[in-house]
Write a protein that binds this ligand. Structure first.
Ligand SMILES: NC(=O)c1ccc[n+]([C@@H]2O[C@H](COP(=O)([O-])OP(=O)(O)OC[C@H]3O[C@@H](n4cnc5c(N)ncnc54)[C@H](O)[C@@H]3O)[C@@H](O)[C@H]2O)c1
Ligand SMILES: [Zn+2]
Length: 670
């Protein structure tokens, strides 16, 4: 390659890699596979070795990929938080082992670990208490996401045993597959875009501002490295065991999540074992990590700018298969969202036979320019349904017809719509499109909605097919005689069902609101709306602006709520549900009091059990007053995580009582 050609390619690669890094780390939404990304990076590294005059300091090959979003306070790392050098080739693992054997003094022991596909976290403990959790960021500084990490059950808030006074522990936070699938189902159901994979949804979740949502998602962690306490153990493996005794969730050796070996054969055995068994894990790994065990030898080997020399990652290639795309079906979801699903010639992939693959939406279809009988590549990621990741264009028959996205609903024939900025097409006929009608009733009776005892999806199906119900209000008109006539419906089940419906009249308003199935009004949004407006009537008459003024309600949700109430069919449904006795107002609050009468409060920082707004509502409900800045007149400051140091100082100087979240609750209950 000529000099200027090399320079041009290097610059091109740098630009391209930077774009992918941004999409991956900051937006949590990559557009190419990790393998393809790694190949770009490898090409860049090779060129930089060949043409060192173009190995620029700002090259992504020399930097740790950054996740700084500017949404959180940045914190400098005490110990740089680096990446790992990685390879897809066993030969390169052998080379690595040979190389370090020559540099390090004495015999080497290796620790083999799983490479969890999640987000790296560094957590500080002071006197046994979790004090700070920071993301990797650019390796030098990361983002302070302590309040989010605190919600993860497997991260201890307080340690036990004989722990060091102060130290940092590193580990990986990841999305268990089952939780990930549930989250994506819910998002698809709400017509929201789905997360590409568990890793990206873990990083997206950790960067949410509302810790309560983080808590509800069920992230998990494994901890794999202790810093600032080398005097406690001779090597990494022993230290990890100690950390287990302090209360950390560490990889179990008996399940072979971690192993100590002393030869390249041992390393290879570990790699081969997990290449075969990784599909049985309840979370995703993208490889294994091999580390030199002894701390003294680690020090001897040292670091490059980007990664330790004493460790290397062996990455597994995602399994990919080529097969034929036969046809495309269109599924209609509860909200009318249309999902194209590819029917394939059955092919073996990752231990199962794959016949269908999700295409998510029309953009995905367009991206691959799919034609009938195309040879397509399918991959199985964290999702249950595998996905199409590419087309083997060379095999395309030049006369093949292109797949065109449909214009009409396959179930009811309505013209489909797509709102700007949305990924999905929708069937707008939400009152008479059968899968939507049925789906709405199923959603209505669901566990998080009305939770009707004695009524499940199968019975809804049956009742719907028999023409006994067309919407949720019809449920409340069902009679014992109608039910007992159904196949497999015994007297007892019929009675239970009727009792269940009767009991559902006590379900609180926020869940009734969620049960209505208004687009984008998920569980959390329903709670927010119910809390703020207190009755359905108030929500129905609220303007779009009034809706947007509610914490975390954006334009999209506001518009959806408005247009829901613009439909006469919906108003009629609500009327009938009201007649049936359901709750359309928040119950009169017992919590209100005048306990805080005449007191003024400043609420600052981030809290675990409440959002800032919720705390403010509590204050007002109990007669207190919220003020925005600290002055002599302030009675209390409720201080959360991340409260600014200057505020704290001012409060102390003015002798204002500082309350924690818990203190405040105690005050209310006193
Ligand atoms: N698809 C894309 O567009 C895109 C863009 C950027 C990066 N990426 C992917 O991200 C990777 C680069 O990310 P990276 O710099 O974090 O490297 P990496 O993910 O390959 O390896 C380093 C990370 O591994 C993690 N890890 C998991 N288990 C571990 C263990 N047992 N011990 C130590 N560390 C462990 C840590 O978080 C550590 O930071 C690339 O290899 C690429 O596959 C993809
Ligand atoms: Zn339809």
């Amino acid at each position: 390659m000529e000099l200027n050609q090399a320079k041009e390619r290097i610059e091109q690669l740098i630009e391209e890699i930077n774009v992918h890094n941004y999409k991956y780390y900051v937006e949590s939404n990559p557009s190419i596979s990790d393998y393809d990304f790694d190949m770009l990076l490898k090409e860049l590294e090779t060129l930089e070795t060949q043409f060192p005059e173009f190995a620029f300091d700002y090259s992504p090959s020399k930097r740790v990929g950054g996740d700084i979003t500017k949404k959180f306070e940045t914190v400098k790392h005490v110990y740089p938080m680096l990446s790992l050098s990685n390879t897809y080739s066993e030969d390169e693992i052998i080379d690595w082992e040979n190389r370090i054997k020559k540099i390090a003094d004495g015999d080497l022991e290796y620790v083999c670990e799983l490479k969890y596909d999640g987000v790296a976290i560094g957590i500080r403990y002071d006197n046994g208490v979790l004090s700070q959790a920071v993301t990797r960021g650019d390796g030098t500084q990361g983002e302070n996401i302590t309040s989010n990490v605190r919600t993860i059950k497997s991260v201890p808030l307080k340690l036990k045993g004989n722990y060091p006074d102060t130290f940092e522990i590193r580990g990986e936070i990841f999305f268990p597959l089952e939780k990930f699938a549930a989250l994506n189902r819910e998002r698809e159901d709400l017509g929201e875009s789905v997360f590409a994979n568990p890793r990206n949804s873990a990083s997206g979740t950790l960067k949410l501002q509302d810790s309560k949502i983080v808590a509800s998602r069920g992230l998990d962690s494994y901890l794999y490295g202790v810093y600032g306490a080398t005097q406690f153990a001779e090597g990494h493996y022993e230290m990890v065991q100690l950390a287990g005794a302090w209360g950390f969730k560490i990889p179990p050796a008996e399940k072979r999540f971690i192993a100590k070996v002393n030869s390249i054969e041992g390393i290879m055995a570990f790699i081969h074992y997990w290449d075969e068994h990784r599909k049985q894990l309840p979370f995703e790994i993208d490889g294994v990590v091999i580390k030199v065990n002894n701390y003294r030898q680690q020090e001897e080997l040292g670091f490059t700018a980007k990664s330790p020399r004493w460790a290397i990652a062996y990455k597994f290639k995602t399994e990919r298969a080529e097969t034929t795309l036969l046809s495309i079906n269109y599924q209609v979801g509860r909200t009318g969202a249309i999902t194209p699903v590819a029917n394939l010639t059955p092919v073996h992939l990752g231990g199962t036979t794959v016949k269908r693959a999700s295409l998510h939406n029309s953009d995905q279809m367009e991206k691959f320019d799919l034609h009938v009988n195309d040879a397509v590549f399918v991959e199985k990621g964290g999702e249950i349904i595998p996905k199409i990741v590419g087309v083997n264009i060379e095999k395309r028959d030049p006369n093949a017809l292109k797949f065109e996205f449909i214009h009409q609903c396959p179930e009811c024939g309505s013209e489909l719509v797509r709102t700007e900025g949305e990924a999905q097409h929708f069937c707008p006929n939400d009152v008479a499109c059968p899968p939507q009608m049925k789906g709405k009733i199923e959603h209505f009776i669901g566990r998080k909605a009305m939770d009707v005892d004695g009524l499940g999806a199968e019975t809804v199906q049956l009742l719907f097919d028999k023409g006994l119900i067309k919407n949720s209000a019809d449920l409340y008109d069902l009679t014992f005689d109608q039910l007992i006539d159904l196949d497999r419906m015994a007297e007892k089940s019929a009675n239970n069902l009727l009792l269940g419906l009767k009991a559902s009249r006590e379900v609180p308003f926020e869940r009734v609101l969620f049960a209505l199935g208004i687009r984008y009004v998920g569980e959390t949004v329903a709670k927010k709306l119910a809390k703020h407006f207190k009755s359905l009537e108030n929500i129905r008459t609220a303007t779009e602006l009034e809706l947007i003024l509610v914490d975390e309600i954006g334009e999209r949700i506001a518009q959806s709520v408005r247009s829901y109430f613009d439909k006469p069919e919906h108003l009629e449904l609500i009327n009938r549900l009201k007649m049936a006795g359901l709750q359309f107002e928040t119950a009169a609050k017992e919590a209100t009091s005048d306990k805080l009468e005449g007191k003024s409060f400043v609420v600052s920082g981030v809290f675990t059990s409440f959002s800032r707004d919720e705390l403010k509502v509590l204050i007002e409900d109990n007669g207190g007053k919220n003020v925005s800045s600290i002055s002599k007149k302030t009675d209390f400051v409720i201080a959360g995580e991340n409260m600014g140091p200057s505020k704290l100082q001012k409060a102390t100087e003015l002798n204002i009582t500082i309350l924690s979240e818990d203190d405040f609750i105690k005050l209310l209950n006193s």
